[in-house]
Ligand binder design. Structure first.
Ligand code: FE2
Ligand code: FE2
Length: 243
């Protein structure tokens, strides 16, 4: 059963008061320049997510229908974020975004080729989804009205994707824990580096780096807890981000 955890949403959406007072100026060259890279990362991320769920379906034929449904949501997200860029008159810097995802993309492709389903699910359904959820939550607070509406719709879908990964890994934890921990050790530091790399552009969009990291750790650790890992295991896995 896939349900949104309402407590998360309350916890992550606590901004109150006159939000518009703190919004950045969406029309400046500096904003648009940073947006050309952030928007591209988001568009590429949604495309990668589509490709990854379609690929995961080849390893999990029984879940093919559900995975294809998740994949299609990602394409819808991609279209939404493409519209956000157009709305601001910004052209997304796709070559930058491809490079941004290249390491994680390569690791996913290797895992797929080797039939390492646990690694594929960790990369897409846990790490990338938690990254997306954290970024979208922070972005919603400072986005232009058009993008805000689109992003609010998207973030709820991403919880469904995260829940899918959690559920499979929970049910198979007895046989996949070792691979999960090993894959996390390799891929969590990459997520941290991606976050560092995007921090300056995110700051131009009024997205705070510490806040992004906090939101990521909340979504990531909640997912590990949901899978049935204990506090010590979660702490150990999270430590992989500190390298
Ligand atoms: Fe998505
Ligand atoms: Fe997703």
């Amino acid at each position: 059963m896939q349900t949104l955890e309402s407590n998360k949403n309350i916890q992550l959406g606590t901004t109150v008061g006159d939000e518009s007072a703190n919004l950045p100026d969406f029309t400046t060259d500096a904003y648009k320049d940073a947006y050309s890279r952030i928007n591209a990362i988001v568009i590429e991320g949604e495309q990668e997510a589509y490709d990854n769920y379609i690929s995961i379906a080849t390893l999990l034929p029984d879940d093919s229908e559900e995975l294809t449904k998740l994949a299609k949501m990602e394409l819808k997200h991609k279209r939404g974020f493409t519209a956000c860029g157009k709305n601001l008159g910004v052209e997304a810097d796709m070559p930058f975004a491809k490079k941004f995802f290249s390491k994680l993309h390569g690791n996913f492709q290797t895992a797929l080729k080797d039939g390492n389903l646990t690694t594929c699910l960790l990369i897409q359904a846990i790490l990338i989804e938690a990254f997306a959820i954290s970024a979208y939550h922070v972005y919603i607070r400072v986005a232009d009205p058009f993008a805000k509406k689109i992003t609010q719709g998207v973030v709820n879908d991403e919880y469904l994707h995260l829940n899918y990964g959690e559920k499979w890994l929970k049910e198979n934890l007895h046989s996949c824990k070792d691979e999960l921990i090993a894959a996390n050790k390799v891929n969590l530091p990459i997520i941290k580096k991606m976050l560092d790399q995007v921090a300056d552009d995110a700051a131009t969009l009024a997205m705070d780096k510490e806040e992004l990291m906090e939101e990521f750790m909340i979504a990531y650790q909640d997912a590990l807890l949901e899978m049935g890992l204990d506090n010590r295991e979660i702490a150990r896995m999270a430590m992989a981000a500190i390298v």
